[in-house]
Design a binder for this molecule. Structure first.
Ligand code: ADE
Length: 226
């Protein structure tokens, strides 16, 4: 899989891919990530990438030309399954969307800034709009990093234990059960006996019960979706 991210702030997207799971996924060749500074495609003599809004009002709007030219160049090299624009008024990211996108071959993610991008970018160049939640960020970069992380960790071979993405919260519409590690007792706080019983069937049943209980308490809406 390949993910290309178009941004005005490429440095904001360096560290999420420079460590841990995402770094290893890239090193293993399981995913390619390209970060593209939109400014490089600006034909303006001062490399401007934004302008005042037609009709007035506060805030600058990202212009279409550098975005279109950057996208065109990328599209010459390969076909894209989705061109995603990160925006608070997009569909809210969830595990199902991450699962779906993890099966695509090439995706582009456009990060907005200022008052957003010229509407014609959204109308003609973008295929899908995604929000990471009902709050407004300074730009789409952190959202793009969240989206890319949620996708990449699902790619086969990225997680060491292949089953561990399957036991994540939200897979099967259930939150994940509690987990414990050593020591078995700390300050008098103990680990449930069943987890130390060695009875794998009983442990599995306990984990499922706990997942259902936690989901009912914290996110009953997830159970209603079923
Ligand atoms: N850009 C600004 N706010 C955002 C959000 N909540 N999700 C995605 N992109 C954004």
């Amino acid at each position: 899989m390949r993910i290309d991210i178009l941004t005005l702030l490429p440095r904001l997207l360096e560290s999420p891919f420079a460590d841990s799971i995402l770094k290893r996924a890239i090193e293993k060749g399981l995913v390619e990530v390209g970060i593209h500074d939109i400014r490089k495609w600006s034909k303006d003599k001062h490399q401007k990438v934004d302008d005042y809004a037609f009709g007035g009002g506060a805030g600058m709007v990202m212009t279409i030309q550098p975005i279109d030219d950057c996208m065109e160049e990328l599209k010459e090299a390969r076909e894209y399954d989705e061109v995603i624009y990160m925006t608070p008024d997009g569909e809210t990211l969830n595990q199902q969307i991450a699962n779906e996108l993890s099966m695509k071959k090439n995706i582009m993610i456009l990060c907005g800034h200022y008052k957003g991008v010229d509407q014609r970018v959204r109308d003609h160049l973008v295929t899908r709009e995604i929000s990471i939640g009902d709050y407004v960020l300074s730009g789409g970069e952190l959202g793009a990093a969240v989206l890319a992380d949620s996708i990449i960790r699902l790619l086969p071979g990225v997680l060491n234990d292949e089953t561990s993405a399957l036991s994540d919260s939200f897979q099967d519409n259930l939150l994940a059960p509690p987990v414990y590690t050593r020591p078995a007792e700390y300050k008098g706080w103990t680990v449930p006996d069943i987890l130390r019983s060695g009875n794998l069937k009983a442990i599995d049943d306990w984990r499922h019960d706990q997942a259902v209980k936690r989901t009912m308490e914290r996110r009953p809406d997830l159970l209603e979706d079923k």
